[in-house]
Structures are given as structure tokens and as C-alpha cells.
Design a protein around this ligand. Structure first.
Ligand code: UTP
Length: 294
């Protein structure tokens, strides 16, 4: 079955980006001049997703507005003969069908996904986290969709290798190795110490899930941080259904934290021919100014 819908939970408070997130949605903070969320939606659209379901909270209207038409701005750009900008703005406004559901209380990622139940019931769906950008010619979520289709519509969790010393920062999967990139999962461990980690395969926020997950999410108790954890539900799902972990191709930037955000900004500036030269000049000047040598 073709996967047509993607849930993107964006209801979190974004405390690591305070004070900016006191007033604006974290997802609207740009990497250079493109909001973070644009990259996530673009990945889904390039993978063939037809409908995006944002799970939102108060103060997140700007994310929905960003993907909507802005007729006033379009008219202004047209009047002033800014054709390139007009095309860009129009393209964003017609990228994909957007719907939104509210998560009234921020009770965790598992709870956020459950809020979208009525919008996707009966179909497998994708979940992409709003602050993990993955760059690859073939979108990471498309790679997972293909594994799901090849395995009769199974659940597939995107994973990436992390240094063993850093397992305590991530959800880590365990299971039986099927091939170089795929594991049949037996479960997940949340933030294990390196000595307790079953693998070094972490889950950075790309999932293909089947509707069985909702029944589980409705029954699980609160877990770590007193929140309803998607990890807890996936652990139960592994006992009932086929759940695969797939090591996707692509570079992932954790733009939910300041260092990952800076990594993405520097990377995107260095690969953009229109920005690169002046940016390198500026870096050299500033390193010299602060007495930094490499
Ligand atoms: P994070 O753990 O990164 O939380 O959530 P956060 O609020 O975005 O950021 P910090 O940690 O306070 O800085 C992972 C993803 O799950 C969503 C978030 O919006 C983010 O995309 N989420 C989390 C929800 O939608 N609802 C929740 O109750 C919790």
C-alpha cells in the first residue's frame, strides 16, 4: 500500500532554543534563509507524501501559514516585478496539502502521534520529527517507505550509527541482523549507558508505522519524563508485528540543539555557490580577529 500521509509533530516547547521560542515556533527558525521545517516537508514531498499532518500547539500558527498562500505578498511581489521571489513564494504555498491537529497538553511524542489517529486510521503512515534534517539525494523517509513496501507494509524505524560513547543521548535499537542495513527489531532501549547499549544504532526521528501503534499508544502508561513515549509503544509493537530498523543513507543534522543547528548552517553555507566565497572570507577574517588558528 502506498504511504500517502506523514505526521510531523511540532507541539514541543523548544526550550533549547529559548529565548527565540518564547515568541516564535522553533520550526520557523531558518537555516540561513529557509525555515527548518521547510527541509522536513520537502523531504516528505520528494518521497511522494501527499498530505502532511502537523501536530501543533498554541503559538505554532506560523508553521501552517508558511505553507499557505500569502496573496498580499504575492500581489506586492508582482507589482514590483520581483518574479523570481514571486515564483518561490507561490511554490511554497502549493507544495503539499497541509492539515493540523492540536495537542492541547505536551504529554510526549507518543501522545503527539496519537493525536493524529483519526487523520490516518487504517493506513500505514510516515512520522518525521520537526528538528531532524536529513540530506540525501533519495529522501531518508523514501528509503524507509521502500523497505516497508518490500516487507508487506511492515513498520520501519530509521536508524543511524553513533559513537558507542554517545548512546546515552539516543533511543538505541536491538534485534537480529538481516543484512548490512537492516535489523529485525526485538525492541528499543531509551538512552542506555555505552556498556548497556545493545547496538550503536540510534533513532533520529524517521518512522514508517502501521495503525496498530494507536491501540498501543492508547494503553501505555506514562514513561520516562512522565511523558507518553513513542519508544515504549514501539517496544510493544515489536512483540506483535514485524518492525524493522533500517540504516538510511544521508547526513543528519540535529537542528533541535544549538550545535547541530550551527553544523547545518555552516554546511549549507559552504555548499551554496552564491554564499560560499564571502562566507569563507568572513570565517577567515573572524578567526584571525579572535586569534584562532587551525
Ligand atoms: P523534543 O524532545 O525535541 O522537544 O521533541 P522540544 O520541545 O521540541 O524541544 P526541547 O527539548 O524543549 O528543546 C521531539 C519532537 O517531538 C515533538 C517536538 O515538537 C519535536 O518535534 N513533541 C514533543 C510534540 O509534538 N509533543 C510533545 O508533547 C513532545
Amino acid at each position: 500500500m502506498k504511504i500517502k500521509k506523514a505526521i510531523i509533530p511540532i507541539a514541543g516547547k523548544g526550550t533549547r532554543f529559548l529565548p527565540a521560542t518564547k515568541e516564535i515556533a522553533k520550526e520557523i527558525i531558518p537555516i540561513i534563509n529557509v525555515p527548518m521545517i521547510h527541509y522536513i516537508v520537502q523531504e516528505a514531498v520528494e518521497a511522494g507524501i501527499e498530505q502532511i499532518i502537523f501536530v501543533t500547539s498554541s503559538g505554532k500558527f506560523s508553521v501552517e501559514d508558511y505553507f499557505d498562500r500569502n496573496l498580499e505578498l504575492e500581489a506586492y511581489l508582482e507589482r514590483n516585478n520581483k518574479i523570481k521571489e514571486l515564483e518561490l513564494v507561490r511554490k511554497i504555498g502549493s507544495m503539499v496539502e497541509i492539515t493540523a491537529v492540536r495537542q492541547k497538553e505536551q504529554l510526549g511524542l507518543g501522545h503527539a502521534v496519537l493525536m493524529a489517529k483519526n487523520m490516518v486510521e487504517g493506513e500505514p503512515f510516515a512520522v518525521l520529527l520537526g528538528d531532524d534534517i536529513v540530506i540525501n539525494p533519495k529522501p531518508a523517509i523514501q528509503q524507509l517507505m521502500e523497505v516497508s513496501v518490500q516487507n508487506d507494509g511492515a513498520n520501519v524505524i530509521g536508524v543511524m550509527e553513533v559513537p558507542k560513547a554517545e548512546t546515552a543521548k539516543y533511543g538505541i535499537v536491538k534485534g537480529e541482523v538481516i543484512n548490512e542495513r537492516t535489523l529485525r527489531m526485538t525492541g528499543m532501549v531509551e538512552k542506555p549507558k555505552p556498556e548497556d547499549a545493545p547496538t550503536n544504532l540510534a533513532t533520529p526521528g524517521r518512522y514508517i508505522l502501521t495503525p496498530e501503534i494507536f491501540g498501543i499508544l492508547e494503553k501505555i502508561p506514562r514513561g520516562a519524563g512522565n511523558e507518553y513515549q513513542l519508544t515504549d509503544a514501539i517496544n510493544i509493537l515489536c512483540q506483535k508485528k514485524n518492525v524493522f530498523a533500517y540504516k538510511f543513507e544521508g547526513e543528519r543534522f540535529d537542528t533541535g540543539n544549538i550545535h547541530g543547528y550551527l553544523d547545518a548552517t555552516i554546511d549549507f553555507a559552504l555548499k551554496d555557490p552564491a554564499i560560499k566565497e564571502k562566507f569563507i572570507e568572513s570565517l577567515k577574517y573572524r578567526m584571525n580577529k579572535y586569534g584562532i588558528t587551525l
